[in-house]
Design a protein around this ligand. Structure first.
Ligand code: NAD
Length: 258
C-alpha cells in the first residue's frame, strides 16, 4: 500500500531551514529542496517581505506537496536566530538541513568604508551563519543527522576591490565551515560551503553595467549563473548522496576561478 502523505508523517521527516529564502538564490534553494520532498522553513528578514514569503511558502506546498511556512527573523541577532530554529522545528519537525544563505553587500573602497558598513556585513553574513549553526547544532548532533550548507562566494576565495567587508565575511564562512565540519563529522553532520560566482539576482543587478561586463568577460562559460545553478549544488550537498562530503567549498561559477 502507498504511504499516505499527511501533515503528521511529513513532520516526522523534519525540515530544512533556508535563511533569506524568499528571493534570489535562497528562493531557488527552497524550490530545489521542496521538489526533493523536504519540508521547508522560508526565512525572511522584515515585515515588508512577510506577504511575499507567506505566498511563496504556500506555493511550495501546492506545487510539491510538502509542508512549508514563512518565518521572519534577522539572522544577525543571536536570539532571533535561536527563535527561528525553534519555531521551524515546532511547526515542521526537527531541523535536518540548514542553508545559511542570507547575505548583504555594502560595497566601497576600504579608504572610505564606514565602520557601520563593515560591521553590518560581518554581522549578517558571518555572525548570522554562526548564530543559525549554533542554534541548529544541538538537535542535529543529538539526532546524529544533519546537513549544513553555508553560502560563501568566489569573492571570499579571491578577494575583490571594493568588497573588503564582504570578502572578509565570505572568507570567514569558509574557515567556520571547515572548523565546524571537523567538530561534527563523527556525528553524521556534514558542513559544506558553496562559492557562487556571478549569479543573476537582485544583488548583481545592483552592479553597474561596466562592472557586469567586466565580470562576464572573466567567466569561461560566458554567461552569468542562474539561481538554480547554485540551488542544484546546495540540494546535492543536503542530500543523502553527499553523506561522505564535508568541509568542502564547491565553486558554482561557470569557470571564473579557472
Ligand atoms: P539577494 O539580495 O537576492 O538575497 C539575499 C537574501 O538575504 C534576501 O532574501 C534578503 O532578504 C536576505 N537577508 C538579508 N539580510 C538578512 C538578515 N539580516 N536576516 C535574514 N535574511 C536576510 O541576493 P542573492 O544573490 O540571492 O544572494 C544569496 C546569497 O548568495 C548571499 O549570501 C550572497 O552573498 C551569496 N552570493 C551571491 C552571489 C551573486 O552573484 N548573486 C554570488 C556569490 C554569493
Amino acid at each position: 500500500m502507498e504511504p499516505r502523505v499527511t501533515e503528521d508523517n511529513l513532520r516526522m521527516q523534519g525540515c530544512a531551514v533556508v535563511t533569506g529564502g524568499a528571493r534570489g538564490i535562497g528562493r531557488a534553494v527552497c524550490e530545489s529542496l521542496a521538489s526533493a520532498g523536504c519540508n521547508v522553513a522560508v526565512n525572511h528578514s522584515s515585515a515588508g517581505s512577510a506577504q511575499i514569503a507567506a505566498d511563496f511558502a504556500r506555493s511550495l506546498e501546492e506545487r510539491f506537496g510538502v509542508s512549508a511556512r514563512a518565518f521572519e527573523a534577522d539572522v544577525s541577532s543571536f536570539e532571533a536566530a535561536a527563535s527561528l530554529l525553534e519555531d521551524a522545528a515546532c511547526a515542521l519537525g526537527p531541523v535536518r538541513v540548514l542553508v545559511n544563505n542570507a547575505g548583504i553587500t555594502k560595497d566601497g573602497l576600504m579608504m572610505r568604508m564606514k565602520e557601520e558598513d563593515f560591521d553590518r556585513v560581518i554581522a549578517v553574513n558571518l555572525k548570522g551563519t554562526y548564530n543559525c549553526c549554533r542554534a541548529a547544532l544541538p538537535g542535529m548532533v543529538k539526532a546524529r543527522q544533519g546537513r549544513i550548507v553555508n553560502m560563501s562566494s568566489v569573492v571570499g576565495v579571491f578577494g575583490n576591490a571594493g568588497q573588503a567587508n564582504y570578502a572578509a565575511s565570505k572568507a570567514g564562512i569558509i574557515g567556520l565551515t571547515k572548523s565546524l565540519a571537523r567538530e561534527v563529522a563523527s556525528r553524521n553532520v556534514t558542513v559544506n560551503a558553496v562559492a557562487p560566482g556571478f549569479i543573476d539576482t537582485d544583488m548583481t543587478r545592483a552592479m553597474s553595467e561596466k562592472a557586469r561586463e567586466a565580470a562576464l568577460s572573466r567567466i569561461a562559460s560566458k554567461r552569468l549563473g542562474r539561481p538554480e545553478d547554485v540551488a542544484n549544488a546546495v540540494a546535492f550537498l543536503a542530500s543523502d548522496a553527499a553523506g561522505y562530503i564535508t568541509g568542502q567549498v564547491i565553486g558554482v561559477d561557470g569557470g571564473i576561478s579557472l
